[in-house]
Design a protein around this ligand. Structure first.
Ligand code: PBG
Length: 327
């Protein structure tokens, strides 16, 4: 008998491969996480993230405008906060002119079309590097949530389009939604870091934001255990019931199964965060000549789409946008 099925027929030529391609990453799926620092004219290399810099606000707005020109729909803002402004409770997060507020306003003034995603977590502002308020060795949930709500309103007042919450406190999405609504920000969206794992892949980010030397202990009492999958569904169910507009999985590539499960189960806008450690591992491989830069980056981003992600936070965003736009 002759062989009837030859899947290779459709892989034979470029045109048929293109026609059969099930998933594509496009510029419109990219969110660029950026790091801001005080000063003017500052562009500071981050050693563990080759190609990524901390930017003062004047430089940040240049790069944000460039992202806008490339067609990148949104950026996420993080900051390396002056050490003198960090304390036990992270109270600087509520200061009306803190660096995140200033950066948000500056971007909205110069590139109003760029979606700005801010984050209410306290890690940038605490002197112990934890995401919440630390009392007697415990990250206290409800007191932290009260601060997050105020931070959310402050950031929304500054012009943020989407308020994200990356600290995994219980009940925070609903509380933030209520606080935004009460302040008249009913149309400001919320993004829940729904399944945020207690991961080893955040190391380079902590260098970027300056929490690496500060962090005492680890975040296992509030981030999820990397061994768990059903728990992500439980978290997602709560976040959605609490009014979240988008849900996120973080890190990304080691957790593609979680992205798939959440997208399949809930059908919500689902975001992947390709975190700093993923970025740095790829860059280390590239710098050593072990892997091809463009090829592995595009492959990694296509995987997120295949798993069901609608958009990806990635430090590769501007590079990828240029490749896609030039291609
Ligand atoms: C904490 C926060 C983390 C990241 C962003 N916000 C993790 C952490 O420090 O525990 C990590 C992002 C990355 O690694 O790219 N709120």
């Amino acid at each position: 008998m002759t062989m009837l099925n030859r899947p290779r027929r459709m892989r034979e030529s470029s045109f048929s491969r293109t026609l059969m391609r099930e998933n594509n990453i496009s510029v419109s799926n990219l969110i660029y996480p950026m790091f801001v620092i005080e000063g003017t004219g500052v562009r500071q290399d981050i050693e563990s993230m080759p190609g990524i810099q901390r930017l003062s606000i004047d430089e940040l707005i240049k790069d944000a405008s460039e992202c806008n020109q490339f067609g990148i729909p949104a950026i996420a803002i993080f900051a390396n906060v002056d050490i003198n402004k960090r304390n036990q409770t992270g109270s600087e997060v509520l200061s009306p002119d803190n660096i995140i507020v200033q950066a948000t306003k500056a971007i909205k003034d110069t590139a109003p079309d760029v979606g700005v995603i801010t984050d209410v977590a306290l890690d940038l502002f605490t002197d112990h590097g934890h995401d919440g308020i630390l009392r007697d060795g415990i990250i206290v949930n409800d007191e932290t949530v009260e601060t997050l709500c105020k931070a959310a309103v402050l950031q929304a007042d500054a012009g943020a389009d989407i308020i994200s919450a990356s600290e995994m406190m219980d009940g925070r999405m609903g509380a933030i939604r209520d606080a935004l609504n009460d302040a008249g920000h009913t149309d400001i969206g919320t993004l829940a870091y729904t399944a945020k794992y207690a991961s080893g892949y955040y190391g380079p980010y902590r260098e970027a934001v300056g929490t690496d030397g500060l962090l005492k202990g680890d975040k296992r009492s509030y981030f999820m255990d990397p061994a768990n999958s059903d728990e992500a569904l439980y978290e997602a169910q709560l976040d959605i019931a609490e009014g979240s507009d988008m849900i996120m999985v973080k890190p990304g590539m080691p957790y593609l199964d979680i992205i798939y499960r959440l997208k399949t189960e809930f059908g919500m806008p689902t975001i992947a965060y390709q975190v700093s450690g993923e970025y740095s591992m790829i860059m280390a491989g590239v710098e050593k000549g072990f892997v091809e830069e463009q090829r592995v980056i595009m492959e990694s981003l296509t995987c997120f789409k295949r798993a069901g992600a609608d958009a990806v936070l990635t430090y590769f965003a501007p590079r990828v946008a240029q490749w896609l736009n030039d291609g």
